[in-house]
Design a protein. Structure first.
Length: 294
């Protein structure tokens, strides 16, 4: 039971990050490696603020806004300075490593003895004794659902429609007299805002910050997005964002199962790469079969 609860908690936390990756990968077709820097940045800001006695609940909007700023900077480098999309993300990711060290003050910052969104006086009063063992997963679920419905709402607005149009056909946006560069910047801001928010929750659940905790984050996000959108593609009752959330949980379950079968925990990154490769190969085979039948 403890393993299942851990998988759900981790899956839901990474689901928020995967929603951000979904915007860049599926909608904008933008290979944004900023994710590997904005995720630990959210964690660094949170750990630094909580260690100084700051209200843990306020770290959520602060990290989202900080991530949005970083995403906007990536967009500006790409749009205004004409740097290629991949290189823009690499530049920002590299710079954020130093920024995160400066924010946290050191490479590893524990917050074991500080209150957080899961352990504080308000939470202790709200949750009855029967639900105390599940309060962490319940709180994470609530935040994940809020993030999902926020993204659903945003994509239904005029700005969200333009974002999807840019990903489908940039010429249409240009013909409408809309600045496609500005639309991309907004999309990257929303994406990295969600990623930083995920890092904020992750560090409070783990109760420590490590400067290397963002390594491979974008791969985890891609695996979650591809897995969710591929497996649940034909389930019409599910929104794409719901599929991404379920895909993230499914991905974490696969990793947990691999470790349960005897793989050491140090092989997590290798398992992640293997899962992503398998998903991509299977997806390519399916597309080939569809073309052959057609």
């Amino acid at each position: 039971m403890a393993l299942i609860q851990s998988v759900i908690e981790q899956g839901l936390i990474y689901a928020i990050m995967a929603l951000g990756v979904y915007i860049t990968y599926k909608i904008l077709d933008f290979p944004d490696l900023t994710v590997d820097g904005s995720f630990p940045m959210g964690a660094a800001i949170t750990a630094a603020l909580i260690s100084k006695g700051f209200n843990s609940l306020l770290t959520l909007p602060i990290c989202f806004l900080a991530g949005a700023l970083i995403g906007a900077l990536t967009g500006l480098i790409h749009v205004k300075l004409k740097v290629r999309d991949l290189l823009s993300g690499i530049i920002m990711m590299t710079a954020l490593y130093t920024v995160n060290l400066r924010i946290a003050g050191r490479a590893n910052l524990p917050i074991y003895n500080n209150s957080n969104i899961f352990e504080n006086a308000v939470v202790d009063r709200v949750f009855p004794e029967a639900l105390v063992p599940y309060k962490t997963v319940i709180i994470i679920l609530i935040i994940t659902l809020i993030s999902k419905y926020f993204l659903d709402w945003y994509l239904s607005t005029k700005s969200g429609m333009l974002l999807r149009a840019v990903g489908d056909n940039e010429k249409i946006i240009t013909s409408l007299g809309v600045d496609k560069g500005l639309v991309k910047i907004v999309g990257l801001a929303v994406s990295n805002g969600l990623v930083a928010l995920s890092g904020c929750i992750f560090v409070q659940q783990q109760r420590y910050f490590d400067v290397s905790m963002g390594t491979g984050t974008v791969v985890i996000g891609l695996a979650s997005v591809i897995m969710g959108t591929s497996v649940f593609k034909k389930v019409t009752i599910l929104r794409v964002t719901s599929s991404v959330v379920i895909g993230s949980i499914f991905y974490k379950a696969c990793v947990a199962l691999a470790i349960r079968l005897g793989f050491p925990s140090t092989d997590t990154k290798f398992i992640t790469a293997a899962i992503l490769l398998i998903i991509l190969v299977v997806g390519m085979e399916r597309r080939k079969k569809v073309k052959i039948h057609a």
